[in-house]
Design a protein around this ligand. Structure first.
Ligand code: AP5
Length: 238
């Protein structure tokens, strides 16, 4: 279904009038969690908390955490629960999370899910978490990952197969040469998928069993997937 018709039947609440609470975007590497999270940010004015982005910022900044995480991320494995939980705990103290936030790429293990469930249970006034899982086939994920290019200046994301820039390998917005994430090779993608299937797929089942859970088809245009995610959030919060 086209995004415009989905949105037309059920208007998206305006920012500041809707407090979505904690939203989890779940799904395999390249499923589009970050792309959809950014759309929810602009619709509802709540922050996107991507553990991948936070870890990459630490790697880029050469912090002690970044130094520990770098090789693990380059292999496509998961950083330890303790490090990631601590990083998320710090981020959730920021006042911009009071009306809600989108967790993108967290939790990724049952240990992280237990930590989050306990953390929210101990946070006065917190709404229960809701989870939306995005589904995309393996071959499409591989194209999305190996085709992804990023502007190092403005962080715009492109895909040479699916959403190419107007001029090859240059950012449409500022003309900067695009770069590729070091873990976006086919070999590392396969390791990331192994980690997803063994450690993160059980997290999806954990939230499905809790009941505040919906699944959407991520193999549609970005606007259509975004509209489905938003409608799922509205249903789960109604
Ligand atoms: P992270 O950065 O979280 O990577 P990921 O989960 O593998 O997800 P991606 O960022 O690759 O993909 P995405 O689903 O956000 O897709 P996107 O929107 O970019 O984690 C990286 C590493 O950090 C991990 O491997 C691990 O080592 C570590 N880490 C992170 N969190 C951790 C945690 N909690 N615990 C332990 N370790 C952790 O889209 C992908 C591409 O597809 C783009 O090119 C985009 O343009 C395109 N696209 C998106 N949607 C569509 C669409 N609908 N149609 C066509 N193209 C689309």
């Amino acid at each position: 279904m086209a995004s415009s018709s989905v949105a037309a039947h059920s208007p998206i609440p305006e920012p500041k009038k809707f407090a979505p609470g904690p939203i989890l975007l779940l799904g395999a590497p390249g499923v589009g969690k970050g792309t959809k999270a950014k759309e929810l940010v602009s619709a509802w004015g709540i922050p996107q908390i991507s553990t991948g982005d936070l870890l990459r910022a630490n790697v880029g900044g050469g912090t002690p955490l970044g130094k520990q995480a770098r090789a693990i991320m380059d292999r496509g494995e998961l950083v330890s629960d303790d490090l990631v939980n601590q990083m998320v705990a710090e981020r959730l103290k920021e006042p911009d999370t009071s009306a809600g936030y989108i967790l993108d790429g967290f939790p990724r293990t049952l240990g992280q899910a237990d930590w989050l469930d306990q953390h929210l249970g101990a946070t006065p006034g917190s709404l229960p978490v809701i989870a939306v899982s995005i589904q995309v086939s393996y071959n499409q994920l591989l194209r999305r990952i190996t085709g992804r290019r990023i502007c190092p200046v403005c962080k715009s994301s492109y895909n040479i197969y699916l959403q190419p820039p107007k001029v090859d390998e240059l950012c449409d917005l500022d003309g900067t040469p695009l770069t590729r994430r070091s873990d976006d090779t086919e070999e590392v993608f396969e390791e990331r998928m192994r980690a997803y299937n063994s450690l993160t797929a059980p997290v999806v089942e954990h939230y499905r069993a809790l009941g505040r859970f919906e699944q959407v088809n991520g193999e549609q245009p970005v606007s259509a997937v975004t509209a489905e995610v938003m409608q799922a959030v509205l249903r789960l919060r109604s």
